[in-house]
Design a protein around this ligand. Structure first.
Ligand code: S3P
Length: 165
């Protein structure tokens, strides 16, 4: 199976879908945010507050780079991965990029009150960020709508389009 990279805004369900794909295809799951936390030895919120967002973005790119030579993996990214063109180059050479698309109402419900997401503290700002990023997410190889669908349906849809079954 070609590597699958899931992108989408916070609350799109990237972690859940990635984990389900890994289970269904018996492949390895790589969680970018989890790897960053491991590497930094602190939470994403602490990285943002101690070192600033740009330091977090540097770590994000470097972890993404470290995954680019792997095979048979499904990668769950953080919502901001689409912001750097360098990340696009890395993602394109790593695998098939799949955008999990959801409407703002769905996303807002899921991220509202989120402890781990510094960029979701202010929902008005988060909405603007979502609007700004939308065209970037749409640059994925595959766009999969998730609103009103179960994770099973979304996973089947992705796998049928990426692997042909
Ligand atoms: C971010 C999304 C988060 C995490 C960080 C920044 C963003 O990941 O990487 O808080 O810029 O959208 P999730 O999309 O998994 O919440």
């Amino acid at each position: 199976m070609k590597n699958i990279i899931l992108i989408g805004f916070m609350g799109a369900g990237k972690s859940t879908i990635a984990s389900d794909i890994a289970t269904r295809k018996s492949c390895v799951l790589k969680e970018l945010d989890g790897l960053i936390v491991e590497k930094a030895g602190k939470s994403i919120r602490s990285i943002f507050s101690d070192e600033g967002e740009s330091a977090f973005r540097d770590m994000e790119t470097s972890v993404l780079q470290s995954l680019s030579s792997l095979d048979q993996v499904v990668i769950s990214t953080g919502g901001g991965i689409v912001g750097r063109s360098e990340n696009w180059e890395l993602m394109r050479k790593t695998g098939t990029i799949v955008y999990l698309r959801a409407c703002w109402e769905t996303l807002a419900q899921r991220i509202c009150g989120s402890e781990e997401r510094p960029l979701a503290d202010d929902l008005e700002k988060a909405k603007l960020l979502f609007e700004k990023r939308k065209p970037l997410y749409e640059m994925a190889d595959l766009v999969v709508d998730t609103d009103g669908r179960t994770p099973e349906e979304v996973v089947s849809d992705i796998l049928s389009q990426v692997t042909g079954r």
